[in-house]
Write a protein that binds this ligand. Structure first.
Ligand code: GDP
Ligand code: GDP
Length: 437
C-alpha cells in the first residue's frame, strides 16, 4: 500500500520539525478549528501529489512511556523496523554524539535502507556539517534545515526515487461509477460486524479484488443498483484471534485505507462518543480531503435518555465537520444501513460533482456583492473570477487582487456560501487563491 518513511534520531535533533515540514496540511484553515487533533506521530506527506507516503515520527527510541502513549511509541518503533526507508536525523550544530552512535547500531540491525539527514544547517557551511558525520559512511547524506525548509526539495526527490511504487494502486483503476468506501474506526466499534452484514445480505453480488500481496485488498459489491468497492475488507473481516485479544489499532492501515477511498465512513461507538483517537482519524480524513460520513453504531443498546445525551455530545464534538452527515446505525441488527448508503452516495456525488467556470464565477460574484470583504489598510480585496481546480474534494481556484488580506472568517463565508448554493454535503471544500489576472 502506501510506502512508509520513518524519522529516527535522538531527542531534540528536529524530528518533529521535519515531520511537520513534510506532512504540513495544505488546508491550514481546517486545522485551526478546535476539535481537530493532529496526531503527533503519523502523517501523510503529500508534497508530491502523485506519490503520497506515510511518515512516522518515532520520537525517542528509548521510550519508557506507559499506557496509550507507550503503545503508540511501540508501534512507531516497530514501524521503523518495517519502514521502506529510514531518515536518520542528526543535529548539524551539536555534531555526532554517543547516542547517535547507539541509534546507528540499532538501525544497522533493522537492515532498512537509511538516509542520513543532518539538520539545523541553516547558517552553517553544509560541507563542514556533513564532514562531521562522514565516519558513519553513508552514501546518501543531506544537509537540511527543517525549520527554514532548506534542502527539503532535494531530500524529497531522493526519498521518492528510493520508495517502491504503491503496489496496490490497481485498487484505484476501475469503473468511475464505482464508489470506493473505507470503514475506519477504533477496535470494537463494530467495523467487521457491519462489513460482514453488508456482504452477507441477500442478493448481494460481491467479488474480491486481488492485490499484489497474498490477500484480497478490497471487495466489490452492488447494492440498490449502485456499485461500490469496500477498501481493505480482508483486514476487517478476517481478524485473527490475537488481534481480537489485544485490540490493535493500526494507524498506518487506517491512513492507507483513507488514501485509497473516496468516501470514508468513520464508525463511532454511541456509548463512547468521540474519543481522542477518533478525532485524530477525523483529522487524517480532512488532511486527505476525503468525503466523510459518520456512522454512530450500537444505537440499539441505548435508552431514549442516553440517545439524547449522545446527540448533544456528538453535535458538540463534531462541530468542526458540520458538513458531514451522521447516521445512527446498528450493525448488529442491520438498522440504519439504507440511510448510511444514501449518505455515502450523497457525499460521493458532492465530492465528485463537475463544475463549470461560469457557474462558479457567478457564485463568486453574488457572494462578493452580498458581502464584500472588509477594508484592510485602505484597500479591499478584489475577487475577479473562479475556475474549477479538481474534485474529491471540490476545489475552486479564485483569481483576484490583494487576496492576502482575506481573513479566515471571510474564507469560511465563501466556503459556506458555495456549500449552500451548490448543495454540497459530506465533503470538504477547498479554495485556492491566486493573485493577479
Ligand atoms: P525532536 O525532539 O527531534 O522532535 O526535535 P524538535 O523538532 O522538537 O526540535 C528541537 C529544537 O530544535 C526546537 O527548538 C526546534 O525549533 C529546533 N530546530 C528544529 N529544526 C531546526 C533547524 O532546522 N534549524 C534550527 N536552527 N533549529 C531547529
Ligand atoms: P471491530 O473491531 O470494529 O471490527 O468491531 P466488531 O465488529 O468486532 O464488534 C465488536 C463488538 O461489538 C462485538 O462484540 C459486536 O457483537 C459488538 N457490536 C457490533 N455492532 C453492534 C451493534 O450495532 N450493537 C451492539 N449492541 N453491539 C454491536
Amino acid at each position: 500500500m502506501l510506502p512508509l518513511v520513518a524519522l529516527v534520531g535522538r531527542p531534540n535533533v528536529g524530528k518533529s520539525t521535519l515531520f511537520n515540514a513534510l506532512t504540513r496540511s495544505r488546508d491550514a484553515l481546517v486545522h485551526d478549528e478546535p476539535g481537530v487533533t493532529r496526531d503527533r506521530h503519523y502523517g501523510v506527506c503529500r508534497l508530491n501529489e502523485a506519490r503520497p507516503f506515510v511518515v512516522v515520527d518515532t520520537g525517542g527510541i528509548a521510550g519508557q512511556e506507559e499506557g496509550l502513549a507507550g503503545a503508540t511509541a511501540r508501534q512507531s518503533r516497530a514501524a521503523a523496523g518495517e519502514a521502506d526507508l529510514v531518515l536518520f536525523v542528526v543535529d548539524g550544530r551539536e555534531g555526532a554524539s554517543s547516542l547517535d552512535d547507539d541509534i546507528l547500531q540499532w538501525l544497522r540491525k533493522t537492515a532498512r535502507p537509511v538516509f542520513l539527514v543532518v539538520n539545523k544547517t541553516d547558517g552553517l557551511d553544509s560541507r563542514t556539517a556533513l564532514a562531521e558525520f562522514s565516519r558513519y559512511g553513508f552514501a546518501d547524506v543531506f544537509a537540511v534545515s527543517s525549520a527554514h525548509r532548506q534542502g527539503l526539495d532535494e531530500l524529497l526527490a531522493k526519498v521518492l526515487a528510493k520508495l517502491p511504487a504503491d503496489g496496490d494502486a490497481t485498487i484505484l483503476d476501475d469503473d468511475p461509477e464505482r464508489v470506493r468506501i473505507a470503514f475506519v474506526g477504533r477496535p470494537n466499534v463494530g467495523k467487521s460486524t457491519l462489513v460482514n452484514r453488508i456482504l452477507g445480505e441477500e442478493r448481494m453480488i460481491a467479488s474480491e479484488v486481488a492485490g499484489t500481496t497474498r490477500d484480497s485488498i478490497a471487495t466489490d459489491l452492488e447494492r440498490d443498483g449502485r456499485k461500490y468497492r469496500l477498501i481493505d475488507t480482508a483486514g476487517i473481516r478476517r481478524k485473527s484471534k490475537v488481534e481480537q485479544a489485544v485490540e490493535t489499532f493500526s494507524i498506518i492501515k487506517t491512513l492507507q485505507s483513507i488514501e485509497h477511498a473516496q468516501v470514508v465512513v468513520i464508525m463511532l461507538d454511541a456509548a463512547e462518543g468521540v474519543t481522542e483517537q477518533d478525532a485524530s482519524v477525523l483529522g487524517a480524513v480532512l488532511d486527505a480531503g476525503r468525503a466523510l460520513v459518520v456512522a454512530v453504531n450500537k444505537w440499539d443498546g441505548l435508552s431514549t435518555y442516553q440517545r439524547e445525551q449522545v446527540e448533544a455530545l456528538l453535535s458538540r464534538k463534531l462541530a468542526f465537520v458540520t458538513w458531514a452527515e451522521a447516521v445512527r446505525i446498528s450493525a448488529k441488527h442491520g438498522s440504519g444501513l439504507r440511510e448510511l448508503f444514501r449518505a455515502i452516495h450523497r457525499a460521493h456525488a458532492s465530492a465528485t460533482r463537475q463544475f463549470g467556470t461560469s457557474e462558479i464565477t457567478k457564485a463568486l460574484e453574488i457572494a462578493y456583492e452580498a458581502n464584500p470583504p472588509p477594508v484592510v489598510r485602505g484597500h479591499i480585496a478584489k475577487l475577479r473570477f473562479a475556475h474549477p481546480g479538481g474534485e474529491n474534494p471540490p476545489t475552486f481556484v479564485v483569481h483576484g487582487s490583494r487576496l492576502r488580506t482575506l481573513s479566515d472568517t471571510y474564507k469560511r463565508y465563501l466556503e459556506n456560501f458555495f456549500r449552500k448554493r451548490f448543495k454540497l454535503v459530506g465533503t470538504p471544500v477547498r479554495f485556492v487563491f491566486k493573485e493577479g489576472e
